[in-house]
Design a protein around this ligand. Structure first.
Ligand code: B12
Length: 154
């Protein structure tokens, strides 16, 4: 089971220009630690590396993950993440897509409407590990608590 964890590049950040640094993506690093026993993990930090969206898509495709998780701890990450998901789909990559972080936690109906497969609500270490295990072992996420997803249109 291969999992890519992505922080997209929202372009100019007020903090980067004011303080001259880009903070490490603590959330997805913590998640990577939480799932490394059950999956091979690759972290793609497009913001720190200044990757364009097509370069981010190319890195995801080259890794060919079963699951791709996008961090949306700030709303600035949402549109770039959704554009990348659309490009992945256009190019035939059918990885299971998970969003997490503050924005998606509070707006999951909107995010799910855009074609995201599941949203992890709140802190992700335990829930995401359960989700990865469920997909690996059963192929179904039905009994995983702490997620939002669409089933039969609801
Ligand atoms: C530290 C921090 C920063 C730092 C570093 C952020 C970073 N790049 O890592 C700095 C100072 C740079 C920063 C900047 C900004 N921030 Co800030 N920041 C925080 C703060 C205080 C903590 C975030 C953190 O590191 N938490 C610790 C880590 C371990 O947890 P985490 O990232 O939340 O991840 C966990 C869960 O969210 C979840 N999760 C997260 N991602 C994913 C992905 C997947 C796939 C899954 C399953 C789960 C998951 O699981 C993780 C583990 O439990 C939060 C408030 C808070 N108390 O959480 C605000 C907060 C995230 N920031 C916020 C904002 C608005 C911003 C700015 C837009 C401010 C600005 N106007 O410029 C910028 C955005 C920069 C950008 N590039 O977009 C808002 C976001 C609200 C929103 N809806 O957009 C918050 C919620 C504060 C608030 N209440 O207003 N921020």
């Amino acid at each position: 089971m291969k999992v890519a964890l992505v922080r997209t590049n929202p372009g100019k950040s007020g903090y980067a220009s004011a303080y001259g640094y880009i903070a490490p993506p603590l959330g997805i690093l913590s998640l990577a630690g939480a799932i490394r026993e059950v999956a091979e993990v690759k972290v793609i930090d497009a913001e720190a590396r200044g990757l364009a969206e097509e370069e981010t898509v190319a890195e995801i495709e080259a890794f060919d993950p079963d699951i791709v998780g996008f961090t949306t701890i700030a709303s600035t990450y949402v549109n770039p993440s959704l554009r990348i998901v659309r490009r992945m789909r256009e190019e035939g990559l059918d990885s299971f897509v998970v969003f997490g972080g503050h924005h998606s936690t509070f707006t999951y109906p909107l995010v799910l409407r855009e074609g995201v497969d599941a949203v992890v609500i709140g802190e992700g270490e335990n829930t995401f590990q359960e989700l990865v295990k469920a997909l690996k072992e059963r192929g179904s996420i039905r009994n995983v608590k702490g997620i939002a997803y669409v089933e039969k249109g609801t």
